[in-house]
Design a protein around this ligand. Structure first.
Ligand code: PLP
Length: 436
């Protein structure tokens, strides 16, 4: 596979970016693949190679690249102006669409990224409750706000007791005292989570929960875990924030609706922007009043130069309007097809692998038993090496996956594309079985 133009671009990138690129979390061994253009499910690199894009820009591109209704809406908007300090009707249209679909979202505010959405959701919860702390899931990713970064790099060397994970992992750049205001819960540990919420209730503003946290293993929550969080939080006046930035794509009504969770606040992003930068915080009208200027309220100042810019608004509307319930059903069926194909291949070749995920997302683990929580999902060096071989095999075969090995499906993918994923995995599995 020729990569001469990507190699050349990377050399230039090293002169201007620490680590050579701003896109630091993409597969880059030994060089990142530089994108030239995208069309539907295909991404073409600067060397002219076509890839089936199973990355989908961190799952944001549910309708693939250059989706015609988005291109048309954005092209029109570009001529009419790209951002105004004034509100536009376009923001009302997208907000109304989202409020109409996501249970519990009566009011919302737009921001520019999922990180911002989570940050303002946490601030809203603090303002509503007058409490400083949050509880979050060990290993779960919620963007770059200090409090939600806690435990992202949790490793066995700093794990606390099973039911009370230690908060000892944090990034440099995060003040250590941030740890005082975060309680870490283990995913799917219903009893442990309930006990910790109860123990810290008088200081907890919210429990922050991504219904299927990708970096913590892309694992489905058990009904007992969801119920424990919902009921314990409600009993103690602790709000529930659902981070649906990534998992809104699970169904027409979102991820919480799919698992019976009723959040007080929802953080959104990715697919609601139609491929353009976006984020949103939504919730019941009385909670969202923390962002209003009503006198006497617990005001949280919230703004942003490019928030609700009309380009993201019209793109988001065009992308979301195309996502009917039938389209979500088709995507979920496509996910089932690929998950089942991969599992059959794993068993045919006798690999100690498993597959997790739901709807249009799936993740391959080099583990015989599918993980139930983050600690199960943490890879040994040998498991990491196996996943890297699978990722490299896919990329060599022209299927683009991130280093984690997560596979993200999109609406332009055909039956042939799904079979190609299964066949490519089967070829990898055969090689892996030979090595074992
Ligand atoms: N929350 C979740 C669950 C995410 O997956 C992400 C991004 O991947 C974010 C928040 C942050 O979103 P953004 O990258 O738009 O800031």
């Amino acid at each position: 596979m020729t990569r001469s133009k990507s190699v050349e671009a990377f050399k230039r990138g090293l002169n201007v970016f620490p680590d050579g690129t701003t896109r630091i979390t993409i597969e880059r061994d030994p060089y990142p693949i530089y994108a030239a253009r995208g069309e539907g499910a295909a991404l073409f690199d600067v060397d002219g190679r076509r890839f089936l894009d199973l990355h989908g820009n961190f799952t944001a591109l549910i309708n693939g690249h250059a989706f015609a209704p988005v291109v048309e809406a954005v092209t029109r908007q570009l001529r009419d102006g790209t951002c105004f300090a004034n509100p536009t009707e376009a923001e009302i249209a997208l907000a109304a669409l989202i409020c109409g679909r996501i249970p519990g979202v009566e009011r919302l505010r737009f921001v520019n990224s999922g990180t911002e959405a989570v940050m303002f959701a946490v601030k809203a919860a603090r303002a509503m409750t007058g409490r400083p702390a949050i509880a979050k899931i060990e290993g779960a990713y919620h963007g770059g706000y200090d409090w939600v970064e806690v435990s992202q790099t949790s490793a066995s060397t700093n794990w606390g007791p099973p039911h009370a994970p230690a908060n000892t992992s944090y990034y440099r750049g995060m003040p250590e005292r941030v740890l005082d205001d975060v309680v870490t819960l283990r995913f799917n540990d219903a009893e442990g989570a309930a006990a910790l919420i109860e123990q810290h209730a008088d200081r907890l503003a919210a429990v922050l929960l991504d219904p299927m946290p990708s970096r913590a293993g892309l694992i489905e929550p058990t009904p007992a875990f969801v119920t424990a969080i919902q009921q314990t939080a409600a009993r103690h006046g602790v709000l529930v924030i659902a981070d649906e930035v990534l998992n809104l794509r699970q169904s027409y009504h979102g991820a919480s609706a799919r698992i019976g969770l009723k959040p007080d606040i929802v953080a959104l992003g990715k697919i609601i922007g139609g491929g353009f930068p976006i984020g949103a915080i939504g919730g019941l009208a009385d909670i969202m009043d923390v962002f209003s200027k009503k006198p006497g309220g617990p005001l949280v100042p919230q703004g942003g130069t490019f928030s609700a810019n009309p380009v993201s608004m019209v793109a988001g509307r065009a992308g979301m309007e195309a996502l009917t319930p039938a389209v979500f059903d088709r995507l979920a069926a496509a996910g089932d097809t690929v998950r089942s194909g991969l599992r059959q291949s794993i068993s045919r070749h006798g690999l100690s692998f498993s597959v997790t995920g739901a709807a249009s997302l799936l993740r391959v683990h080099a583990k015989a038993v599918a993980p139930l929580d983050y600690r199960d999902a943490v890879e040994t060096p040998a498991e990491r090496a196996a996943i890297s071989r699978y990722v490299n095999h896919f990329i060599e075969a022209g299927l683009l996956v991130p280093a984690s090995g997560m596979i993200c499906l999109s609406t332009p993918m055909t039956e042939e594309d799904l079979q190609l994923i299964i066949e490519t995995f089967d070829a990898y599995a055969a090689l892996e079985a030979q090595q074992a």
